[in-house]
Ligand binder design. Structure first.
Ligand code: GSH
Length: 203
């Protein structure tokens, strides 16, 4: 297998997942700032022009971080960050989807349409006037999550899962682009410190 890697929160999610799963996968860096990911060679790898992408042993290629992580989980016999039973798996996927759609995606687009506009305006459709609203959506949903996390160690109760990795990597990125977690969100802030102590966090 080979991971096409770059800077940014999406590859960070997959790298952290790989480290937690104790997998050893070769990687190749793609120059995102130089827009190499938007050139024809890389578009043959991922027609979406985004990173990361995983070349499987079959030679076929997977993109989309949650799908890559699900695949790596499925082929690893002795460990899972999705769940052991169909019920656990479904619960993890429910939280992954909530975190992804309600927090990560608006946070990322808030950046792409705002501070990141210079980088993204010639790559994707950007709506600058939506930036502030998207950031507000992410923050509102983060507050909702803080309430949901009362008394929980991890996003899915007492299990460390892909949902924790996903949110952690995006909040780490958010802190570098002015989308920080407000200190009054005590549950999320404490959870963030706990996850940040894991050796995989800096992957
Ligand atoms: N939905 C994609 C998002 C991937 C994504 O946006 N990756 C960023 C890096 S964090 C990227 O490639 N940005 C550069 C670009 O879009 O040109 C996924 O799940 O993998």
């Amino acid at each position: 297998m080979k991971l096409y890697n770059s800077m940014g929160p999406n590859p960070h999610v997959v790298r952290m997942f790989i480290k937690e799963m104790e997998l050893d996968i070769d990687s190749e860096e793609i120059d995102l700032m130089g827009a190499k990911n938007r050139e024809s060679d890389f578009l043959k790898i991922n027609p979406m022009g985004q990173l990361p992408a995983l070349v499987m042993d079959s030679g076929d290629i997977l993109a989309e971080i949650t799908v890559i992580c699900e695949y790596l989980d499925a082929i690893t016999k002795d460990k899972t960050l999705i769940g052991k039973t169909p019920e656990e798996q479904a619960e993890t996927r429910m939280w992954v989807r909530r975190v992804d759609l309600n927090i990560c995606e608006p946070m990322a687009n808030g950046f792409r349409f705002g501070e990141g506009l210079g980088l993204f305006k010639d790559r994707i459709v950007t709506i600058p006037e939506a930036s502030a609203g998207l950031k507000k959506i992410a923050q509102t949903n983060l507050k909702w999550l803080d309430e949901q996390m009362e008394g929980k160690e991890f996003i899915v109760g007492n299990r460390f899962t892909l949902a924790d990795i996903l949110l952690f990597c995006f909040l780490t990125f958010g802190a570098t682009i002015g989308q920080t977690v407000p200190a009054e969100l005590k549950n999320v802030t404490a959870w963030q410190s706990r996850i940040g102590e894991r050796p995989s966090a800096g992957a």
